[in-house]
Design a protein around this ligand. Structure first.
Ligand SMILES: Cc1cc2nc3c(=O)[nH]c(=O)nc-3n(C[C@H](O)[C@H](O)[C@H](O)COP(=O)(O)O)c2cc1C
Length: 171
């Protein structure tokens, strides 16, 4: 029994946040982290908490075209080159009432609307999940990063808070 953290990342920033979230969660329960292409399509009841993270692309979750754009912009291979969280969620099955949470990375222009996490959280709820917190954004300084100072620590704290919420809900 434990938490599963599934992430998508082009340049590594969301991956770094996912690692920090998993670290925070693991203060209370074992946490496994997996890149979306290797994530299971069926979540068993061995998973107590599912956390999903993705970069914000074009105001929401990435699509094939935005992932191709990400690769072209940087001129190097991206991490999540194949399937993204959007496609994974489309074929995902989860136990009804599973505790879920979603986060994204977003450029540090907080007035800019759109959040991959809001879309992912809504989709997780549609699948029968029970969001235990609001969606959360972590900020990058530019399109390819880096993360704004302090965001890794904030992600670690957010992860710890998720595990605490879960423990309180279970009590
Ligand atoms: C094609 C593309 C579209 C993007 N659109 C948005 C956007 O609408 N809003 C935003 O805040 N950031 C946007 N970004 C910036 C990403 O959020 C940023 O690249 C991401 O947080 C970096 O995380 P990663 O290293 O895990 O890919 C976009 C980036 C790319 C490549």
């Amino acid at each position: 029994m434990g938490a599963l953290v599934v992430f998508e990342s082009m340049y590594g920033n969301t991956w770094q946040i996912a690692e920090a979230v998993a670290e925070g969660v693991s203060s209370r329960l074992p946490a496994e982290i997996v890149e979306v292409a290797s994530a299971p399509r069926e979540i068993t009841d061995q998973v107590q908490l599912l956390v999903v993270g993705a970069p914000t692309h074009a105001l929401g979750l990435s699509r094939e075209a935005t992932r191709a754009d990400a690769a072209e912009r940087s001129g190097r291979a991206v991490i999540s080159a194949g399937v993204g969280v959007r496609e994974w969620l489309q074929s995902l099955s989860i136990p009804r009432g599973l505790a879920v949470a979603a986060f994204d990375t977003h450029v540090d222009k907080r007035w800019l609307p759109g959040s991959a996490a809001v879309v992912a959280r809504r989709q997780l709820r549609r699948l029968g999940g029970k969001p235990i917190v609001s969606s959360e954004s972590f900020y990058v300084g530019g399109m390819e990063g880096p993360l704004v100072p302090g965001e890794v620590e904030r992600a670690r704290e957010w992860g710890a808070r998720l595990a605490e919420h879960l423990a309180t809900a279970d009590a």
